[in-house]
Design a protein around this ligand. Structure first.
Ligand SMILES: N[C@@H](CCC(=O)N[C@@H](CS)C(=O)NCC(=O)O)C(=O)O
Length: 326
């Protein structure tokens, strides 16, 4: 774990001292958009048109943010058009690496480089900041298009439709305000909430995160009693964003991140909903529990210094979800 300072790697854990033991996620650096014709998107600059084989996605199978992009790649028919490189689950003093001694890792499929940070330095020899997955790379311009998962999935939702003929729309215009509001609530308290609880180095930092996390889970449990999906009768982007966090809840966040007021499987509606999402055609193939369980327990030395991988509950993800009745 570390970060780049003026192009030089420094092996440092998150600084929580200046924030009273609270984990604060840093702002994402690369914010351009792929669009059908290369016109600029909502941020960054233009010149990234949707083309088959042009873009490459660097992911970790362990990471919930990268996982979102893999789900959209699968559901939007982008697998033949966007290749991926999969980093090693152990994120230690060199950060994410392209070591290949773990099943499912690929190495750096484009340049054969040893570390993910080398990709960041390749575009900017003076790069500073965290080296995160996912990274969406442009083969033609030799640049990072985006390393912000929330925006990569919005691009994937529609930018390539002319190429793929896949018109599944997880962000329908009339639902967008509802989707955005849901995303915002769930990002702060759940997606990032589990990290704020897990990485806190003070009781106050932990308490401030874990309380709202379970308040939101309680609220979601009631909401999903009457609503098939988060924003109504259709699956939307909001569902996929929540899914990648909840699929990790019982195997990792409950114990490793101390989010243990309840197990996810103690919430009948949330648990059924999570299984439905898991069983959605194409999704189970994007879930790699071996990477997930290994990454968190092995990489976070401040939380689990002896790197003991817990036994973990046996979970039947294929148990019928029963959500048709809602
Ligand atoms: N805002 C980014 C966050 C991505 C992120 O934090 N990824 C984690 C993995 S789960 C990472 O690469 N962390 C490395 C670090 O912080 O040094 C996104 O959603 O794409």
């Amino acid at each position: 774990m570390g970060q780049l300072v003026d192009g030089i790697w420094r092996d440092e854990w998150y600084d929580t001292e200046s924030t009273g033991g609270r984990f604060q996620r840093t702002v994402t650096a690369h914010r351009n958009w792929i669009t059908p014709d290369g016109s600029p998107g909502p941020s960054g600059e233009g010149g990234f048109p949707a083309e088959s084989g042009r873009y490459h996605l660097y992911v970790s199978y362990a990471c919930p943010w990268a996982h979102r992009t893999l789900i959209f790649r699968a559901l939007k028919g982008l697998v033949p058009h966007i290749d991926i490189s999969v980093v090693h689950p152990d994120m230690l003093s060199d950060g994410w690496t392209f070591a290949t001694d773990f099943p499912g890792t690929t190495g750096d499929g484009l340049f054969g480089l040893p570390f993910l940070r080398d990709i960041y330095v390749k575009v900017d020899p003076h790069a500073s900041g965290r080296v995160t997955v996912p990274v969406l790379w442009d083969n033609i311009r030799g640049r990072i298009v985006s390393n912000e998962s929330a925006e990569i999935i919005r691009m994937f939702n529609s930018a390539f439709d002319g190429l793929t003929g896949n018109s599944a729309n997880f962000c329908p215009k009339d639902r967008l305000p509802q989707i955005d509001a849901m995303n915002e609530r769930l990002y702060g308290t759940v997606n990032n909430g589990v990290y704020k609880a897990g990485f806190a180095t003070s009781q106050a930092g932990y308490d401030e995160a874990v309380g709202p996390l379970f308040q939101t889970l309680d609220w979601l449990e009631g909401h999903l009693a009457a609503s098939r999906y988060l924003c109504g009768a259709q699956v939307t982007e909001a569902d996929w964003r929540l899914f990648t966090t909840l699929v990790r809840f019982d195997p990792v966040y409950h114990t490793h991140f101390k989010c243990n007021r309840a197990w996810l499987r103690e919430y009948p509606n949330l648990w059924g909903w999570t299984r439905e999402m898991y069983q959605w055609p194409g999704v189970a193939e994007t879930v790699h529990f071996d990477h997930i369980v290994r990454h968190y327990h092995y990489s976070h030395a401040t939380i689990n210094p002896y790197r003991i991988i817990p036994i973990n509950p046996v979970i039947d993800w294929l148990e019928p979800h029963g959500r048709e009745a809602v």
